[in-house]
Design a binder for this molecule. Structure first.
Ligand SMILES: Cc1cc2nc3c(=O)[nH]c(=O)nc-3n(C[C@H](O)[C@H](O)[C@H](O)COP(=O)(O)O)c2cc1C
Length: 194
Protein backbone atom coordinates (compact mmCIF):
# COMPACT_ATOMS: atom_id res chain seq x y z
CA UNK A 1 0.00 0.00 0.00
CA UNK A 2 1.34 3.45 -0.94
CA UNK A 3 1.34 6.21 1.65
CA UNK A 4 1.24 9.67 0.10
CA UNK A 5 1.77 12.99 1.84
CA UNK A 6 0.61 16.24 0.27
CA UNK A 7 1.50 19.86 0.90
CA UNK A 8 -0.03 22.94 -0.72
CA UNK A 9 2.03 26.14 -0.97
CA UNK A 10 -0.62 28.61 0.15
CA UNK A 11 -1.70 29.79 3.59
CA UNK A 12 -4.90 31.38 2.28
CA UNK A 13 -8.05 30.06 3.94
CA UNK A 14 -9.84 29.78 0.59
CA UNK A 15 -6.77 28.48 -1.26
CA UNK A 16 -7.54 26.73 -4.55
CA UNK A 17 -4.31 24.76 -4.21
CA UNK A 18 -5.24 23.52 -0.75
CA UNK A 19 -8.67 22.66 -2.20
CA UNK A 20 -7.02 20.75 -5.07
CA UNK A 21 -4.94 18.81 -2.55
CA UNK A 22 -8.02 17.98 -0.45
CA UNK A 23 -9.78 16.75 -3.59
CA UNK A 24 -6.78 14.58 -4.51
CA UNK A 25 -6.78 13.02 -1.04
CA UNK A 26 -10.52 12.44 -1.25
CA UNK A 27 -10.27 10.82 -4.71
CA UNK A 28 -7.38 8.50 -3.78
CA UNK A 29 -7.80 4.90 -4.89
CA UNK A 30 -8.53 2.11 -2.41
CA UNK A 31 -5.42 0.79 -0.68
CA UNK A 32 -3.73 4.21 -0.67
CA UNK A 33 -3.25 6.39 2.40
CA UNK A 34 -3.15 10.11 1.58
CA UNK A 35 -2.25 12.52 4.39
CA UNK A 36 -2.40 16.28 4.06
CA UNK A 37 0.07 18.51 5.90
CA UNK A 38 -0.15 22.26 6.43
CA UNK A 39 2.62 24.81 6.11
CA UNK A 40 1.03 26.94 8.81
CA UNK A 41 3.41 27.66 11.68
CA UNK A 42 6.63 27.21 9.67
CA UNK A 43 8.77 30.25 10.54
CA UNK A 44 10.90 32.19 8.08
CA UNK A 45 14.21 30.41 7.61
CA UNK A 46 16.90 31.92 9.78
CA UNK A 47 20.16 30.12 10.41
CA UNK A 48 20.37 31.70 13.88
CA UNK A 49 16.99 30.17 14.77
CA UNK A 50 18.16 26.81 13.39
CA UNK A 51 21.22 26.88 15.63
CA UNK A 52 19.28 28.05 18.68
CA UNK A 53 16.31 25.67 18.53
CA UNK A 54 15.16 23.65 15.52
CA UNK A 55 11.41 24.44 15.01
CA UNK A 56 9.12 21.60 16.08
CA UNK A 57 6.77 22.22 13.09
CA UNK A 58 9.66 21.64 10.67
CA UNK A 59 10.98 18.57 12.53
CA UNK A 60 7.52 17.03 12.54
CA UNK A 61 6.93 17.70 8.81
CA UNK A 62 10.34 16.18 8.03
CA UNK A 63 9.34 13.00 9.83
CA UNK A 64 5.99 12.85 8.02
CA UNK A 65 7.79 13.16 4.67
CA UNK A 66 10.33 10.53 5.67
CA UNK A 67 7.54 8.07 6.54
CA UNK A 68 5.59 8.73 3.32
CA UNK A 69 6.37 6.66 0.22
CA UNK A 70 5.60 9.59 -2.08
CA UNK A 71 5.10 13.33 -1.88
CA UNK A 72 2.54 15.51 -3.66
CA UNK A 73 3.38 19.21 -3.89
CA UNK A 74 0.55 21.50 -4.97
CA UNK A 75 2.00 24.85 -5.91
CA UNK A 76 0.33 28.18 -6.60
CA UNK A 77 2.03 30.41 -9.16
CA UNK A 78 3.35 33.78 -8.04
CA UNK A 79 5.03 35.91 -10.70
CA UNK A 80 5.75 32.85 -12.82
CA UNK A 81 7.45 31.01 -9.96
CA UNK A 82 6.72 29.28 -6.67
CA UNK A 83 5.49 31.26 -3.65
CA UNK A 84 8.02 32.19 -0.99
CA UNK A 85 5.98 30.27 1.59
CA UNK A 86 6.61 27.02 -0.27
CA UNK A 87 10.29 27.68 -1.00
CA UNK A 88 10.85 28.74 2.60
CA UNK A 89 9.31 25.48 3.84
CA UNK A 90 11.42 23.37 1.49
CA UNK A 91 14.54 25.28 2.58
CA UNK A 92 13.77 24.48 6.23
CA UNK A 93 13.04 20.84 5.37
CA UNK A 94 16.48 20.58 3.74
CA UNK A 95 18.20 21.38 7.06
CA UNK A 96 20.51 20.07 8.34
CA UNK A 97 22.00 18.84 5.03
CA UNK A 98 22.95 15.47 6.55
CA UNK A 99 19.20 14.66 6.71
CA UNK A 100 18.51 15.28 3.00
CA UNK A 101 19.33 11.70 2.05
CA UNK A 102 17.02 10.25 4.69
CA UNK A 103 14.13 12.63 4.06
CA UNK A 104 14.26 13.26 0.32
CA UNK A 105 16.72 11.28 -1.79
CA UNK A 106 14.91 9.04 -4.27
CA UNK A 107 11.46 10.05 -2.92
CA UNK A 108 8.85 10.12 -5.67
CA UNK A 109 7.19 13.53 -6.01
CA UNK A 110 4.23 14.65 -8.08
CA UNK A 111 3.85 18.38 -8.71
CA UNK A 112 0.55 19.98 -9.66
CA UNK A 113 -1.16 23.31 -9.11
CA UNK A 114 -4.10 25.64 -9.64
CA UNK A 115 -4.09 29.28 -10.71
CA UNK A 116 -6.74 31.84 -11.44
CA UNK A 117 -5.05 32.61 -14.75
CA UNK A 118 -4.95 30.62 -17.96
CA UNK A 119 -1.57 28.93 -17.44
CA UNK A 120 -2.60 26.65 -14.58
CA UNK A 121 0.82 27.04 -12.81
CA UNK A 122 2.94 25.82 -15.73
CA UNK A 123 5.75 28.24 -14.87
CA UNK A 124 5.61 27.52 -11.14
CA UNK A 125 5.72 23.77 -11.69
CA UNK A 126 8.74 24.17 -13.98
CA UNK A 127 10.38 26.45 -11.38
CA UNK A 128 9.93 23.81 -8.69
CA UNK A 129 11.80 21.14 -10.67
CA UNK A 130 15.36 22.40 -9.97
CA UNK A 131 14.45 22.61 -6.27
CA UNK A 132 13.27 19.01 -6.02
CA UNK A 133 16.25 17.95 -8.15
CA UNK A 134 18.60 19.67 -5.69
CA UNK A 135 17.20 17.39 -3.00
CA UNK A 136 17.59 14.26 -5.14
CA UNK A 137 13.86 13.65 -5.38
CA UNK A 138 12.32 11.63 -8.18
CA UNK A 139 9.64 13.62 -10.04
CA UNK A 140 6.82 11.64 -11.62
CA UNK A 141 6.15 12.85 -15.15
CA UNK A 142 3.39 10.37 -16.00
CA UNK A 143 0.73 13.06 -16.39
CA UNK A 144 0.46 16.80 -15.83
CA UNK A 145 -2.22 18.61 -13.81
CA UNK A 146 -2.46 22.30 -14.64
CA UNK A 147 -5.70 23.67 -13.20
CA UNK A 148 -6.40 26.99 -14.93
CA UNK A 149 -9.17 29.51 -14.18
CA UNK A 150 -9.60 27.96 -10.76
CA UNK A 151 -12.55 30.14 -9.81
CA UNK A 152 -14.61 28.22 -12.38
CA UNK A 153 -13.46 24.79 -11.26
CA UNK A 154 -14.09 25.06 -7.50
CA UNK A 155 -17.23 26.29 -5.77
CA UNK A 156 -17.29 28.87 -2.97
CA UNK A 157 -16.72 26.18 -0.33
CA UNK A 158 -13.60 24.87 -2.10
CA UNK A 159 -15.24 21.77 -3.54
CA UNK A 160 -13.82 20.64 -6.88
CA UNK A 161 -17.02 20.76 -8.89
CA UNK A 162 -15.76 20.60 -12.48
CA UNK A 163 -16.52 17.04 -13.56
CA UNK A 164 -13.74 16.68 -16.14
CA UNK A 165 -11.13 18.02 -13.70
CA UNK A 166 -12.34 15.65 -10.95
CA UNK A 167 -12.14 12.67 -13.30
CA UNK A 168 -8.68 13.63 -14.53
CA UNK A 169 -7.46 14.17 -10.96
CA UNK A 170 -8.78 10.77 -9.86
CA UNK A 171 -7.01 9.07 -12.79
CA UNK A 172 -3.76 10.90 -12.07
CA UNK A 173 -3.79 10.15 -8.33
CA UNK A 174 -4.44 6.47 -9.10
CA UNK A 175 -1.57 6.32 -11.62
CA UNK A 176 0.81 8.17 -9.31
CA UNK A 177 -0.13 5.96 -6.34
CA UNK A 178 0.59 2.87 -8.47
CA UNK A 179 3.98 4.32 -9.44
CA UNK A 180 4.81 5.08 -5.80
CA UNK A 181 3.71 1.62 -4.71
CA UNK A 182 5.89 -0.06 -7.31
CA UNK A 183 8.87 2.18 -6.38
CA UNK A 184 8.30 1.20 -2.72
CA UNK A 185 8.23 -2.52 -3.58
CA UNK A 186 11.44 -2.16 -5.66
CA UNK A 187 13.13 -0.43 -2.70
CA UNK A 188 11.94 -3.15 -0.28
CA UNK A 189 13.32 -5.84 -2.62
CA UNK A 190 16.70 -4.13 -2.94
CA UNK A 191 16.94 -3.69 0.86
CA UNK A 192 16.12 -7.38 1.34
CA UNK A 193 18.88 -8.31 -1.14
CA UNK A 194 21.52 -6.21 0.68
C1 LIG B 1 1.89 37.82 -5.68
C2 LIG B 1 1.02 37.08 -6.66
C3 LIG B 1 1.50 36.77 -7.91
C4 LIG B 1 0.72 36.03 -8.80
N1 LIG B 1 1.25 35.66 -9.99
C5 LIG B 1 0.56 34.82 -10.80
C6 LIG B 1 1.18 34.27 -11.96
O1 LIG B 1 2.32 34.53 -12.28
N2 LIG B 1 0.45 33.42 -12.73
C7 LIG B 1 -0.85 33.07 -12.41
O2 LIG B 1 -1.45 32.28 -13.13
N3 LIG B 1 -1.45 33.55 -11.30
C8 LIG B 1 -0.77 34.43 -10.49
N4 LIG B 1 -1.35 34.91 -9.34
C9 LIG B 1 -2.74 34.56 -9.05
C10 LIG B 1 -2.84 33.22 -8.34
O3 LIG B 1 -2.96 32.21 -9.30
C11 LIG B 1 -4.08 33.22 -7.41
O4 LIG B 1 -3.95 34.24 -6.42
C12 LIG B 1 -4.29 31.88 -6.75
O5 LIG B 1 -5.58 31.88 -6.17
C13 LIG B 1 -3.21 31.60 -5.67
O6 LIG B 1 -3.35 30.29 -5.16
P1 LIG B 1 -4.23 29.93 -3.85
O7 LIG B 1 -5.68 30.10 -4.26
O8 LIG B 1 -3.90 28.49 -3.58
O9 LIG B 1 -3.84 30.84 -2.74
C14 LIG B 1 -0.60 35.65 -8.45
C15 LIG B 1 -1.09 36.00 -7.18
C16 LIG B 1 -0.28 36.69 -6.29
C17 LIG B 1 -0.82 37.01 -4.91
Amino acid sequence: MATLLGIAGSLRRGSYNAALLRAAAELKPGGTAFDVASLRGIPLYDHDVEEREFPQEVASLKERITRADGLVIVTPEYNHSIPGVLKNTIDWLSRPPKDIKRVFTGKPVFIMGASTGLGGTRFAQAALLPVVAALGMRPWYGKAMYVAQAAQVFDASGELVDKATRERLARIVAEYAAFVDSARRDADRSHAAE
